[in-house]
Design a protein around this ligand. Sequence first.
Ligand SMILES: [Zn+2]
Length: 309
Amino acid sequence: MLSLGIDIGGTKAHGLVLDATDRILAERVLPTETSDAGVRRTVLAVAAALASDLGVDPSHYASVGLGIPGFVDHTSGVVETAVNLGITRTDLTGLLAADFTPAVRVENDVKATALGAGLSLGKGYRDLAYVNLGTGLAAAAVSNGRLVRGARNGAGEIGHLAIDPAGELCGCGQRGCLETVVGGPHLARRLGPLGLDLASLAADPRPAAAAERDRLVAALATTLTLVVIAYDSSAVVLGGGILKAASWLRPMVADELRRRAVGSAFLAGLAVADRLVELPSAAPVAAIGAAVVGRKKELRARTDTVQVA
Ligand SMILES: [Zn+2]
């Protein structure tokens, strides 16, 4: 029972194969080609490389799952507006139908990562929210072992909650979205001209650094509070490139959350800071999640982790 999972990012595709006991048998990272045809070539290249590593034919995969940015209809496999991949709208399941024996299942990458986080963290993580701090800001929740997708697969698009009417213009057309404060490109645009660096922002003594740091920490504290109010997940997992680049960020946000809870019985009761959970640092959770997506069926009760609807 070989489960292939591939997380297709804007520049690289991370693939792996899980066995029936969720052990990673092989892992590969290859560059991503853009466009519909390019993404298909990328998937086939990763699948072939992993099959070669394992000494099997790609037809041996019992399931194939993909995590990909953009709006994804997991029932049809149609992907829309995956801008970084040059995809406007494509039926990825259809595009790969002739290439694999099992139907290729596709999910939004943040949602897939939430499943991967549940599996990686292990027993007991049937209720969790994953918050991705990267180019964009989005969350995905797993509730009672199932992904929360919503009626239009839009659940968790919290990055586009506008918190500042005078804030920066967002790609979504609004002003002052949470994403305009914490999203990677917005951060880079603000910090660059000031000569500031995300990694050293907390240690930088200049007032401009303190202002940007406080702004970022406050927006993230608000984001995490929003996630807990919306989902009441027992664990909130943080991931993404921004977090990797700023190791100071998570502890400072936790401090800010605790500071806010002083004097508010409501916030103290939410205990947002206590719900923050770190992922095993080396775990390729996005690709693991993609493999879980491919399996379709719920995972074995033995592991008591996650399942896919
Ligand atoms: Zn927006």
